[in-house]
Design a protein around this ligand. Structure first.
Ligand code: IPE
Ligand code: IPE
Ligand code: MG
Ligand code: MG
Ligand code: MG
Length: 316
């Protein structure tokens, strides 16, 4: 059961409940089904990277956006399928991000990263399988949404990955010190992180908004989608800036990943070029903007506003 939408929601409790709901759903697919058994090495590496740990923030945003726009919960199971797809894409991006040729990180979610536990070749292949499976799940496992909604989900997620996350990752790796500027770093954060967060929000909206409506209502839906897009980008950039701040201010145990990596690897991040305080102020401004984007829509936005506050107040 998804927690009821209420204005005085206890966000910590809500996030915990939603995380368990998503974890349970992922386990149902990847442990109980007989589809994912051989070759054992591959599926073990996928389960290792997908099932344990992770805040599930992208999925939580997908479910919360669905709850926000949808008058009922008819498509909740399909929304959970979209969440599984989002988590596959996100987890494979982390596997590849940790590889020696990328951030060369040995620790992820408090454990050895996938290539440390299973070897580099298996880690690369696990990521490849996860990316393709993300789309297969939307095609095969959704039951109540229309084919046109399925196509929209696939389009939104594949764009976020191929035209967002991957270009963002290459800019993250290749931007030299002399090319660094506030706008360049914003572009990197938007591409590598905010586009997938935006897509997660949009998946919930696409599933929740009834698409069999009159032309006037369709036009209204388009305006609503634009507001959610801006919301997703603004909280997505704030999410990455907080990740960059925590890399400087927090410790490896709290983060579950190696702290201080960005400076060691000479990465282009806001805290490294403009300091912690200015970076924090930027995240506050972005969250304000994100909330005003939502305020343009005709819905009760209290749940999404509470999640937005969590994005900048989180400790890991
Ligand atoms: C880490 O994402 C990578 C970034 C885009 C900053 P998360 O902080 O959402 O990682 P998990 O899923 O909770 O481990
Ligand atoms: C990763 O950014 C963004 C991805 C698309 C995976 P980071 O490299 O800062 O993420 P962490 O800090 O390793 O989780
Ligand atoms: Mg990286
Ligand atoms: Mg990294
Ligand atoms: Mg980081």
């Amino acid at each position: 059961m998804v927690t009821e939408l209420k204005s005085n929601i206890d966000i910590e409790v809500y996030l915990g409940q939603q995380k368990s709901l998503i974890d349970k759903y992922l386990k149902k697919i990847f442990i109980e089904s007989n589809n994912y058994i051989e070759p054992k090495e591959l599926w073990d590496a996928i389960r290792y990277s997908l099932l344990d740990g992770g805040k599930r923030i992208r999925s939580i945003l997908c479910l919360a956006s669905y709850e926000t726009v949808s008058p009922d919960k008819t498509h909740l199971d399909d929304c959970l399928t979209a969440c599984a797809s989002i988590e596959l894409i996100h987890a494979m991006s982390l596997i590849h991000d940790d590889l020696p040729s990328m951030d060369n990180d040995d620790l992820r979610r408090g454990r050895p990263s996938c290539h440390k536990a299973y070897g580099e070749a298996t880690a690369i292949l696990a990521g490849d399988a996860m990316l393709s499976l993300a789309f297969e799940l939307i095609v095969e496992n959704t039951k109540t949404i229309s084919d046109s909604q399925k196509l929209k989900l696939i389009s939104v997620l594949s764009k976020a990955f191929g035209l967002g996350l991957v270009p963002g990752q290459i800019l993250d790796l290749k931007t030299s010190a002399t090319q660094r500027s506030k706008s360049k770093i914003e572009e990197i954060s938007r591409l590598k992180t905010a586009e997938l967060i935006k897509a997660s929000v949009l998946c919930g909206v696409i599933i929740g908004l009834n698409n069999n409506k009159s032309i006037t209502e369709k036009a209204l839906n388009e305006t609503i989608i634009k507001s959610f897009e801006r919301f997703g980008i603004n909280i997505g950039i704030a999410f990455q800036i907080i990740d960059d701040i925590l890399d400087v201010t927090s410790d490896t145990k709290t983060l579950g990943k190696t702290s201080g990596k960005d400076r060691d690897q000479d990465k282009s991040t806001y805290p490294l070029i403009m300091g912690i305080e200015k970076s924090k102020k930027m995240t506050e401004d972005l969250i304000k903007k994100a909330k005003s984007d939502l305020a343009e829509t005709p819905f009760n936005i209290s749940l999404l506003c509470s999640i937005s506050d969590f994005v900048i107040n989180r400790i890991n």
